[in-house]
Design a protein around this ligand. Structure first.
Ligand SMILES: C[S@@+](CC[C@H](N)C(=O)[O-])C[C@H]1O[C@@H](n2cnc3c(N)ncnc32)[C@H](O)[C@@H]1O
Length: 235
């Protein structure tokens, strides 16, 4: 084998080992995505449709005036399009554990002229979210970074209004990827009902509802089918 082939295999193996160790360590300690990698978090992944901001936002059934929590917002890849969609009468609370992420978000909201984004420097599980404040909650490639996931999901359940939707995105390229079965078990244990699934097992968006509101929320486009038959799978 050539030297360059050996180098390639060695680098790939090293990356695999680092990813595996990082995943294991994340189960016990908070090891969030480093702030110096925030430039990468701002980019949409060209390979996975379900991880793109436009796709995630499109499925949320947002209306002007809504109140939305972007939990683990990072530099605001989702916060900005959500804030634009709900307009000045709405409000996005952008929450992150790391001040460096929120500083970048502040620059971006200022550049976009948005006045409806509130930054919250706190961690999920800290009990900072209050009771029945939000119509939608976003949790995009964040869950695997949280050591106490059950407590985090209970907090999000409490923070949603009845009829509100929790939207969770996971993608296999993320070292903290969470499989669908684990997410569903955690969400159901927290009190949620599964409403919709978009994508496939390696890259997906799932919606969970806190029931008790005005009834099933309207999904755009494939909406009525999604409510009757929550499974929506595509490649
Ligand atoms: C991979 S980034 C995703 C950012 C954004 N959701 C996106 O998709 O563009 C994960 C973010 O979650 C934040 N995070 C990790 N654990 C958290 C926790 N317990 N509470 C709040 N934010 C957290 C990290 O600081 C990081 O900014």
């Amino acid at each position: 084998m050539t030297t360059s082939a050996n180098l390639f295999i060695g680098t790939a193996l090293a990356l695999l080992v680092i990813t595996a160790l990082w995943r294991l360590a994340s189960r016990r300690h908070s090891l969030p995505c480093p702030v110096w990698l925030r430039w990468m978090v701002e980019l949409d992944n060209p390979f996975t449709k379900t991880n793109r901001a436009a796709f995630i936002v499109e499925q949320l059934g947002l209306e002007p005036g809504m109140s939305v929590l972007d939990a683990g917002c990072g530099p605001g890849r989702l916060t900005i399009p959500v804030a634009e969609r709900i307009g000045p009468s709405g409000r996005v609370v952008a929450m992150d554990l790391q001040s460096g992420m929120l500083a970048r978000l502040a620059e971006r909201t200022k550049a976009a002229g948005l006045t409806n984004v509130e930054r919250l420097h706190a961690g999920l599980g800290d009990g900072m979210l209050g009771h029945e404040r939000f119509d939608r909650v976003l949790l995009v490639t964040v869950l695997g970074e949280i050591p106490n996931q059950a407590a985090a999901l209970r907090e999000l359940f409490e923070a949603l209004r009845p009829g509100g939707i929790l939207s969770v995105t996971e993608v296999i390229f993320d070292p903290h990827f969470q499989p669908r079965g684990r997410l569903t078990a955690l969400a159901v244990a927290a009190g949620f009902h599964e409403r919709a699934f978009f994508g496939h097992r390696l890259a997906y968006v799932m919606h969970f509802e806190k029931t008790g509101g005005r009834g099933p929320f309207p999904l755009p486009d494939r909406g009525s089918a999604a409510v009757d038959r929550p499974e929506i799978i595509f490649q």
